[in-house]
Ligand binder design. Structure first.
Ligand SMILES: [Zn+2]
Length: 297
């Protein structure tokens, strides 16, 4: 297991993780889920990124919280955290000792020739996310159901010359875990690369975190690419961004998520894109999708 990735999971803000688990955090405290609590005995220490209950004594960091709360072992807790943040942790697969198999695009290409959206996918994309149909078509989003009848949204990742290089499967059942699955060898790092071919000189290119923000950005009429996550930006991604910036005379723009990882990501990106312009989300919007939805009400 990669130490750096593990550290990134340990650095996920403890209160954010608690909230994703469904705990209500107010002034660094919440009800303790580990004993019958009525007085918000669980407190969060943001500076150390830890939690502790002063009644039952439960304590630890983000990974411990997930392990204890969801009754998962260490690896599953890591996977859950990674999924929640759309971090791709192929290193956590048990097959890590076998040589990685390359992504077999020929197995999947046909799914995207005639994209088809089931009711769950349509509800997610058009009712919940209010996305533009043209964007959904451009992105060739499609859907399928597995043997258990679970609906999945399938997002293809293309290289700049439209070769299928990866697929992200998103479980459309609310609260399902894992939320994302990737076929073996899938390269799901920078999303929507084909849009680069449509850019005119000095046009604005927006950078978003994750593909859902990218769809929202495209639906609001901007050209956008997405990077996988604040918690995981690989050296290869950085090199690719820096290459894009040297090849194209475009301007780069971003609405960082309104949290510490969002701002950290912006600073990280600024190292390869020095002219990256910072845009501020209005108060109360946690990410661009949120903001986009607030403009469609
Ligand atoms: Zn307790």
């Amino acid at each position: 297991m990669d130490r750096i990735q593990l550290q990134k999971l340990r650095d996920l803000p403890i209160e954010g993780v608690a909230e994703r688990l469904g705990l209500r955090v107010t002034r660094h405290k919440s009800l303790c889920p580990f004993h019958d609590d009525h007085h918000a005995s669980l407190s969060f220490k943001v500076s150390k990124n830890t939690y502790r209950c002063f009644v039952c004594g439960e304590s630890g960091g983000p990974i411990d919280l997930v392990m204890r709360y969801l009754n998962k072992d260490f690896l599953d807790a890591c996977r859950w955290l990674a999924d929640e943040d759309n971090v791709i942790l192929t290193e956590f697969e048990p097959k890590e000792l076998l040589p990685p198999k390359p992504f077999d695009a020929s197995r999947y290409e046909r799914f995207f020739e005639r994209p088809w959206l089931n009711d769950e996918a349509r509800r997610f994309l058009f009712s919940e996310r209010r996305l533009d149909e043209r964007v959904v078509r451009w992105c060739r989003l499609t859907s399928w159901k597995d043997r258990q009848g679970v609906p999945w949204l399938q997002t293809p990742y293309y290289s700049r010359d439209f070769k299928l290089i990866g697929i992200q499967n998103r479980n459309l059942v609310k609260g399902a875990s894992p939320r994302f699955r990737f076929p073996q060898g899938a390269e799901c790092s920078i999303y929507n690369l084909p849009v680069l071919n449509l850019l005119r000189p000095s046009e604005a290119l927006w950078i978003t975190e994750g593909c859902s923000d990218c769809w929202a950005m495209l639906s609001s009429g901007h050209k956008a690419i997405a990077i996988p996550s604040a918690t995981l930006l690989s050296k290869k991604d950085m090199e690719q961004l820096s290459m894009i910036s040297s090849q194209l005379s475009v301007t780069f723009h971003m609405y960082p998520d309104s949290d510490a990882p969002g701002e950290r990501l912006f600073l990280q990106l600024q190292k390869v894109l020095p002219l990256l312009e910072h845009h501020q989300l209005p108060p109360g919007c946690k990410d661009f999708s949120d903001y986009y939805l607030s403009t469609r009400k």
